[in-house]
Ligand binder design. Structure first.
Ligand code: NAD
Length: 429
């Protein structure tokens, strides 16, 4: 091949080893030896299929006009329509959304959902907006990305700082623009708008179910196990609640409002009520405050990062006392930290399987919307547990067979599915 025809790195992003896209690229490189003849297609995974950057102008309540930068990235659509959440956060960048979209491709394939991977976001601190401003921003963003989303092309869902109300505005905006009632265009909607029972807690439930399986395999008893959770939002709080119900003690929690500790374990009902009233764990009376950095030194058996990317650095990986890390968040562990955790014999259940419960129930929601027939919460949970346990078993077998980490094994299972679809479809034209 002419050397000028070898793939050039993307010019749109400048990843570093610990940045989200840099982390993802390293994870892909590690799976190449296990892809066999499919390795010739691996470059497909290293670039998004489509990335849309949109301007989101809105009129503020005081009459000024504000502009926000919005993104929707479709990483890979070989196996089905794009699927992935929308994040409202001041640190959102194209690079971050690309990585989150790519992890969705891997995750959806790992649990064998008929989806590709996508993700969206707006670079904004939504806490600074009034409810009306938030609605206007959501609606304008939805209109702008309306050229690439749709029930059969790309289906958004909630992520950091987005929720069922925001999904309702997105569904309504898309429906108004297309003259339909398109319930299937987003998931994570309110129940009476075609939402699914069990969706709100599904990601946390998946973290718990995969965590319980992993704990069993390493002979870690859940009763009395000490759990530390970073991020007490949708994912972290639901996972913590289920571990608590299984007899574990939630001894430490951290979010953007502070870090708290109680050696005997929190009273979860009190903590949940406090977070509802005050917006975070900081100031909770049933615990001692702790310096943020000390969170990583806490004596615990299970560590659940459920906030943002890049939280488990090499240095924190050397310090943690946990035996088991359950990645509720997307991309919480940088590759150098991953290696240290593996060397220290600390088992990591990676994001791309651990937090797949949310998108699995989103899939159920989408299917229910098309059939206009809705399942009970028990039916949802039974199906969710079955899919998560089956997917984890297959990944574990792959890890044992090749003597690789669960992360590389999940990538191996998922990338094989994605690239097989790529190969079978063939390249157009
Ligand atoms: P959320 O907005 O409900 O909660 C986010 C939590 O992170 C909050 O408790 C917030 O205080 C905390 N946080 C933010 N910045 C922090 C910081 N600097 N330090 C410590 N804590 C901080 O969001 P969520 O839906 O629970 O998402 C959390 C993670 O889980 C994200 O990585 C997201 O991509 C991932 N995830 C979410 C879903 C889902 O269904 N919601 C599915 C899969 C993965």
């Amino acid at each position: 091949m002419n050397s000028t025809l070898t793939p050039m790195p993307l010019s749109s992003v400048h990843p570093t080893p610990d940045s989200p896209w840099g982390t993802y690229l390293m994870q892909v490189d590690r799976v190449v030896p296990y892809l066999g003849h499919l390795a010739r297609w691996v470059e497909t995974l290293k670039r998004p299929k489509r990335a849309l950057i949109v301007d989101v102008p809105i009129e503020l309540d005081d009459g000024r006009v504000a502009h926000f930068e919005g993104f929707r990235v479709q990483h890979n659509l070989s196996r089905g329509p794009g699927k992935g959440g929308v994040r409202f956060h001041p640190d959102v960048t194209l690079e971050e959304v690309m990585a989150l979209a790519a992890w969705m491709s891997v995750k959806n394939a790992a649990v064998n959902l008929p989806y590709g991977g996508a993700k969206g976001g707006i670079r904004v601190d939504p806490a600074l907006l009034s409810r009306k401003e938030l609605e206007r921003m959501t609606r304008r963003y939805t209109s702008e990305i309306g050229i690439i989303i749709g029930p059969h092309s790309d289906i958004p869902a909630p992520d950091v700082n987005t929720n069922p109300q925001i999904m309702a505005w997105m569904m309504d905006t898309y429906s108004m623009n297309t003259g339909t009632t398109a319930t299937g265009v987003v998931t994570g909607k309110p129940i009476h708008l075609g939402g699914s029972l069990g969706r709100v807690k599904a990601t946390g439930r998946g973290v718990f179910v995969t965590g319980r399986e992993a704990a069993r395999r390493i002979d870690l008893e859940l009763t009395g196990a000490r759990v530390a959770v970073q991020g007490f939002g949708n994912v972290g709080s639901a996972a913590a609640e289920l571990f608590n119900q299984a007899g574990s003690k939630i001894v430490a929690a951290q979010d953007h409002t502070g870090t708290i500790y109680n050696d005997r374990g929190f009273d979860m009902a009190d903590l949940t009520a406090h977070v509802k009233e005050h917006g975070g764990v900081g100031g909770f009376k049933g615990a001692e405050p702790m310096k943020d950095e000390e969170f990583w030194d806490v004596a615990c058996d299970i560590l659940i990062p459920a906030a943002l990317e890049g939280q488990i650095t090499a240095e924190r990986a050397r310090r943690t006392k946990a035996k088991l890390v359950l990645e509720g968040a997307n991309g919480p562990t940088v590759p150098s930290a991953d290696d240290i955790l593996a060397e220290r014999g600390i088992l990591v259940v990676p994001d791309v399987i651990c937090n797949a419960g949310g998108v699995t129930v989103s899939y159920f929601e989408w299917v229910q919307d098309f059939s206009s027939f809705f399942w009970t919460e028990d039916e949802i949970n039974v199906r969710l547990d079955k899919i998560m346990i089956g997917a984890l078993r297959r990944i574990w077998d792959t890890a044992d067979r090749h003597r690789i980490t669960l992360r590389t094994a999940t990538f191996a299972v998922a990338c094989e599915r994605i690239l097989t679809a790529r190969e079978e479809r063939g390249l157009y034209p």
